[in-house]
Design a protein around this ligand. Sequence first.
Ligand SMILES: [Zn+2]
Length: 122
Amino acid sequence: MTEEEVVARLGFAVGDYFGGCPECGKQDSILNIWSSHWAVCREHKNKWCIGANLFSCWREEDEFIWRQNWETLRECVEVKSVPPTDPTCYASSDCYERAMADALRLSAERRRLALSVVALRA
Ligand SMILES: [Zn+2]
């Protein structure tokens, strides 16, 4: 599976190492709550946790900032992000194939569910 095939089937590329929004592939920012790091797509109001204490920036923040971050995060739905579509982000082609197969399966499932919702509303 090539990157071009994956991008064509997903409908977008994911350039960020920490993954992208399942609806558009983008990530606007990373917000911390204490030492937990959350990636956000503000347009689609999606969030996904990328880990804890990976970056030291949280140590320079305080409860005021974390409260502001929480106000953004509470408006978002927690989702499974789409991993980067660039094969050079992976240790091997097998790892890439597995990650992309999973991402494409979830993408197809998401589209099928969206079509079901449209059919139910009609
Ligand atoms: Zn998005």
